[in-house]
Ligand binder design. Structure first.
Ligand code: SF4
Ligand code: SF4
Length: 182
């Protein structure tokens, strides 16, 4: 239900996630269990705190909302039954809809490169991801020393393992992207 006294960004979060960020009491259990925390600029509970304090722009520009892997660890640990994973998803959606880029532009380029692999192959294709990311950022030699080990250990394949019906996946992603740009 819409409430005229609620800020539009909060209302969007509530509509997208069916939960109110005010319910988070900042215990930090979500952030303590997040496997990607070391790569985030802001811990998940800190992003929630920005929203609680009305610092919407700060939350929407956070690198964390783009790096979140959606693993749900945070959601399963929350004593308030708040789901930070859903919350991060919603912020990413709002940021895309409002054309707000993360402070680190390369994060969004990584996100797009990853989505391209899913769109074209139906699943992740690491070599394609590396190629698209490097071409988009110009960081052609970044982490190049890790390549031989990754290839020898079979972590990077040379051809994608496509799913049968990639057209369906492509159409789902196209519809979602179109919805965000309306
Ligand atoms: S675990 Fe739940 S209550 Fe605690 S900081 Fe995270 S979201 Fe908030
Ligand atoms: S869903 Fe995102 S924020 Fe939550 S634990 Fe996983 S990576 Fe961290």
């Amino acid at each position: 239900m819409e409430n005229n006294h609620v800020h539009p960004t909060i209302q969007k979060i509530i509509n997208l996630t069916n939960q109110d960020p005010a319910n988070c009491y900042q215990c930090g259990k979500c952030s303590a269990g997040c496997p990607v925390r070391d790569y985030f600029d802001d811990a998940p509970n800190r992003v929630i705190r920005f929203v609680q304090l009305g610092l919407y722009d700060r939350a929407l520009k956070s690198k964390a909302i783009w790096l979140c892997a959606g693993c749900q660890t945070c959601s399963s640990r929350c004593p308030q039954n708040f789901e930070p994973a859903k919350f991060m998803d919603a912020l990413r959606e709002i940021a895309a809809e409002e054309g707000i880029a993360p402070s680190d532009k390369n994060v969004q380029k990584f996100h797009k490169a990853f989505l391209n692999q899913i769109k074209n192959n139906g699943r992740s294709f690491e070599l394609g991801l590396i190629r698209d990311y490097k071409l988009a950022t110009g960081k052609l030699f970044q982490d190049i020393d890790a390549a031989p080990t990754a290839i020898l250990k079979g972590k990077i394949g040379f051809t994608p393992h496509k799913i049968k019906d990639t057209k369906k996946i492509k159409s789902i992603i196209d519809k979602a992207v179109k919805g965000n740009t309306k």
